[in-house]
Design a protein around this ligand. Structure first.
Ligand code: SF4
Ligand code: SF4
Length: 218
């Protein structure tokens, strides 16, 4: 799940300066769970913008804010409604998806934080940095890139104290977790395999994944 945080209201209002008629959109997926762009947040934002002198011409919570065709279809309900800005209450992907579908400026109402797990309602923890070369099969399901403060891929730095990371005593050392889980599974031999340094070489931007092309090339 993509975890987002709401921007400060004054920053949102500042970004909308010059706009008069505003369409507000949210997302029924991650942003609803993050409580940054679900029905409640979109409605509250509409009230706030109205109170601040904007004309809110419509609101919509997209079914999937990062699905270009879905968003295109959902926007049809506003085809006869003039608006000069869209405030998008979703992740950066949703904002760009909206930008690809409208001919007016789009503004984000949220900051996109990370790909993470929902630990419980309103508690999220970062899980994956989308490195493009997953090593979880060799690290007992604990991500060394995300959970280790130094993103070490071949064992600990040696600074842990009482099982906690040397950079943050409130956080478990990822490599101690990895060791303990591999031991439990009888897989300590996996520590003998050296993992490639991650660096940034596999992260070529902007990335696309075309499942059809990949299947045709198999
Ligand atoms: S190794 Fe970690 S950062 Fe890379 S894909 Fe797997 S979970 Fe994500
Ligand atoms: S103490 Fe553990 S989690 Fe912290 S930086 Fe060192 S190896 Fe990584």
């Amino acid at each position: 799940m993509i975890i987002t945080k709401s921007k400060k209201l004054e920053d949102v209002l500042d970004s909308l300066k010059g706009a008069k008629k505003v369409l507000i959109t949210g997302c029924a997926e991650c942003s609803t769970v993050s409580r940054t762009g679900g029905e409640n947040e979109v409605k509250a934002m509409a009230d706030t913008l109205t109170a601040n002198g904007f004309e809110v011409v419509g609101t919509m919570v997209c079914e999937i804010g990062c699905n270009k065709n879905n968003v295109k279809k959902e926007l049809k309900q506003f085809k006869d409604t003039p608006y000069d800005a869209v405030l998008v209450m979703s992740c950066g992907d949703g904002v760009q998806t909206m930008a690809g579908n409208v001919d007016v400026p789009v503004y984000p109402a949220s900051d996109t934080m990370f790909l993470g797990e929902v630990e419980r309602v309103t508690l999220f923890s970062q899980a994956c940095k989308m490195c493009g070369d997953c090593v979880l099969g060799r690290t007992a399901g604990v991500c060394p890139i995300t959970k280790c403060a130094k993103s070490l891929v071949n064992g600990p730095c040696g600074g842990a104290k009482n099982g906690k990371c040397e950079t943050n005593p409130d956080v478990d050392c990822a490599w101690i977790l990895i060791y303990n889980r591999l031991k439990k599974f009888g897989q300590l031999d996996k520590l003998e395999v050296s993992n490639d340094d991650k660096g940034h070489k596999i992260n070529l931007y902007p990335a696309t994944i075309n499942l059809k092309e990949e299947k045709a090339n198999e």
